[in-house]
Design a protein around this ligand. Structure first.
Ligand SMILES: NC(=O)N[C@@H](O)C(=O)O
Ligand code: NI
Length: 164
């Protein structure tokens, strides 16, 4: 037996309780490079506590819908940003904290040109591309201590497309 989560489009407003959506939105903050580039400046709260920022590349295996979500995780010591190195949709699932466990889950479908920054300690599903290449540049905390907390659901969730 499982429970369904219906995908919704990823928007900055809906995602605001969980972090920031990294995308070109509105006019650039600054025009640079001989007016050949618009800079959309300082888009995320990159809180890494006592650690430092690191950039890694995730090459993740594509998943298919309906996606069985059996766990979420969080990083108590730092934020984690995912910047797709492709233009394909991918899954973003988050939840608020509820007394040390994930509260109400929300599933989003990220579109072309959208990255996300999970605010420090935000419950989220792991990196979930829906097609190859599942390549993401990831900016997260490098440092000492345990920065990973997992929560495994007793009953999995099925993430389904709204259209089904
Ligand atoms: N564990 C790890 O590096 N990846 C996860 O944090 C994830 O969010 O995919
Ligand atoms: Ni993570």
């Amino acid at each position: 037996m499982s429970r369904e989560l219906i995908l919704q489009p990823l928007t900055a407003e809906a995602f605001a309780p969980f972090g920031e959506v990294l995308e070109v939105r509105g006019a650039p903050d600054k025009i640079i490079n001989q007016e050949l580039c618009g800079r959309h400046h300082d888009l995320a709260d990159l809180d890494f506590g006592t650690g430092r920022a690191g950039i890694s590349i995730f090459n993740a295996t594509p998943r298919t819908l309906p996606f069985t979500l059996d766990m979420v995780e969080r990083h108590p010591e730092g934020a984690q940003a995912f910047i797709p190195m492709h233009q394909n949709p991918y899954l973003v699932v988050v939840a608020p904290d509820d007394a040390g466990k994930p509260g109400a889950l929300q599933a989003f479908l990220a579109g072309p040109g959208q990255g996300v920054n999970y605010r420090r300690n935000t419950w989220h599903a792991v990196c979930c591309p829906l097609s190859a290449p599942g390549l993401f540049a990831v900016v997260d905390r490098i440092g000492d201590g345990d920065n990973l907390e997992e929560h495994w659901f007793d009953t999995p969730w099925e993430v389904v497309d709204a259209a089904t």
